[in-house]
Design a protein around this ligand. Structure first.
Ligand SMILES: [Zn+2]
Length: 67
């Protein structure tokens, strides 16, 4: 079995062309950022932040009725 010497991205395990990729040893900027652990932390912080702060105002329930 012949073994290829192609370097692989440590994140997604795809072959990386070191001559072409500016993000080596990663295949892309995305994989580089994943390795740094920064982009998805930012993503998760933005998601789901405003869900609990929504207050439903219901004026009908505060009505004074005489009768
Ligand atoms: Zn990759």
């Amino acid at each position: 079995m012949k073994e290829s010497n192609t370097p692989r991205c440590p994140i997604c395990k795809r072959p990386v062309d070191f001559a072409q990729s500016p993000y080596r040893p990663f295949c892309s900027k995305r994989c580089k950022m994943i390795d740094l652990g920064s982009w998805f932390k930012e993503d998760y912080r933005i998601m789901g932040e405003d869900l609990d702060s929504e207050v439903v105002y219901n004026p009908a329930s505060n009505q004074d009725r005489e009768g």
